[in-house]
Design a protein around this ligand. Structure first.
Ligand SMILES: Cc1cc2nc3c(=O)[nH]c(=O)nc-3n(C[C@H](O)[C@H](O)[C@H](O)COP(=O)(O)OP(=O)(O)OC[C@H]3O[C@@H](n4cnc5c(N)ncnc54)[C@H](O)[C@@H]3O)c2cc1C
Length: 400
């Protein structure tokens, strides 16, 4: 039977980064994932500056920089008004391609196994993993980076608490201007104009020469609106974001429209000997709040830089060691913030009450004030026009 220091189950974003970091640190690592190539699954499609800064601490940000497109500036609209043009540091990418590039960065010293882990027998000393190939391996620590997959967690007695079923639904598609050569901006974040539209916002950002769109709505899965969106995406989009065309001009959706609902879930019963949960396996985030990837990156950075080497330096892998990771202040703050932001983002979009209505207008005012202040500063320092807010990053026109 093969023995390892760490067995990582799942090689998505979280598992691939963990494998690269731990193998680089000299540990004997096994990575197990059924898919040889990560499929074209719909997940996060851009990192912002904050996420890139967490990523930098994993030592792998150069890979993301090389596989992504920087937007450099963004227009922000609120309640139908242009609220701000500002510098931006969002990096757009194809998730599957990024994960496969990260997998390629895992040092050859790590054993990559293409199988499903069907069972784990965990203990304070050694973890025994059974693979779908019939092979069994042992490791001192098992890292569960299995994303949204329920079965392995459930077999370990780790429960899923559903805080909100279908918290939000995300659409992903490419767009191009219907009548112009390019869009007038490099990137655009356009917030919903009214709670009755049950939408959070649409964000347009470049990936290579394409203009990608992520659109977040709050609807039930049986809402007939979803079928209308599938059948006539441009007209349905225009009906719920009526002022969007003022900023984009007439537009066209090209290529396939991906759609994915996400439940807001946390886990229970996860403090177990020899086993840690990271990324979506530990808890999901609302895509509209844009915190899922940061949560996964904080988990991995804290686990690999803060704990694993220390744990392996002494015998055993009891719950005291494992509990220290879950109690890490940065991880706890990241999880807390992610849940809080999921609720605030939703209320800002769909709560019709006076308080949230007032907050929407105050946010427009604050963003406008910031833009005005920056314009005045640029005028005083003689740098007006130095920042290319309006020119497109690349000609984003692309045929389906
Ligand atoms: C539609 C959508 C939009 C999103 N948008 C955003 C956004 O805008 N901003 C943001 O920050 N976050 C966003 N997120 C969240 C973000 O994408 C996730 O938090 C992140 O991708 C989680 O990565 P992961 O490695 O935990 O899971 P995954 O990437 O799903 O990887 C899980 C891996 O585990 C493997 N696996 C599962 N079970 C087993 C098993 N038994 N044996 C072996 N392997 C197994 C799978 O094959 C897979 O490779 C979005 C999520 C979705 C679904």
């Amino acid at each position: 039977m093969r023995e390892f220091d760490v067995a990582i189950v799942g090689a998505g974003l979280a598992g691939s980064i963990a494998a690269a970091m731990l193998a680089r640190a000299g540990h004997a690592v096994a990575v197990i994932d059924a898919a040889k190539t990560y499929p074209d699954d719909f997940r996060v499609e851009k990192f912002d500056g904050e996420q890139m800064r967490v990523l930098a601490r994993t030592g792998l940000s150069d890979i993301v920089l090389a596989s992504s497109t920087l937007d450099r500036s963004v227009w922000v609209t609120r309640l139908g008004f242009l609220a701000e043009k500002r510098l931006s540091d969002q990096h757009g990418f194809d998730y599957g391609r990024l994960v496969n590039t990260l997998r390629a960065a895992i040092p050859p010293s790590a054993a990559m196994m293409h199988a499903k882990v069907t069972a784990i027998a965990n203990s304070p000393k050694l973890q025994r993993l059974t693979l779908s190939t019939g092979e069994t391996i042992e490791a001192r620590l098992a890292v569960l980076a299995t994303g949204l997959n329920e079965s392995l967690r459930a077999s370990l007695g780790i429960g899923r608490i559903e805080l909100e079923r279908c918290q939000s639904i995300t659409f992903g598609f490419d767009m191009e201007p219907a009548q112009a050569a390019s869009f007038p901006f490099r990137a655009l974040t356009h917030y919903s104009e009214h709670p009755r539209f049950r939408a959070a916002y649409i964000t347009l950002f470049p990936i290579g020469a394409r203009m990608r769109a992520n659109f977040f709505v709050y609807r039930r899965l049986d809402d007939p609106w979803l079928r209308r969106f599938r059948d006539a995406p441009e007209a349905t989009l225009e009906a719920v974001l009526p002022s969007l065309a003022r900023f984009t001009g007439p537009l066209r959706i090209v290529g396939p429209v991906k759609m994915r609902p996400v439940d807001l879930c946390v886990t229970e019963g996860y403090v177990q000997p020899g086993l840690v949960l990271v990324g979506d396996a530990f808890g999901t985030a609302c895509p509209a709040a844009g915190t899922g990837a940061r949560k996964a990156l904080v988990d991995i950075e804290r686990l690999c830089n803060g704990y694993v080497s220390r744990w392996l330096a002494t015998p055993g892998m009891d719950v005291d060691k494992i509990g220290a990771f879950y109690a890490d202040p940065e991880k706890q703050e990241s999880d807390r913030r992610s849940l809080a932001l999921a609720r605030t983002t939703r209320a800002m979009a769909v709560d019709p009450g006076f308080f949230w209505g007032l907050r929407r207008w105050l946010q427009l005012g604050a963003t406008r004030a910031r833009w005005t202040r920056n314009l005045v500063r640029a005028a005083l320092s003689g740098t007006v026009g130095n920042t290319p807010y309006d020119a497109p990053a690349r000609p984003p026109r692309q045929s389906a």
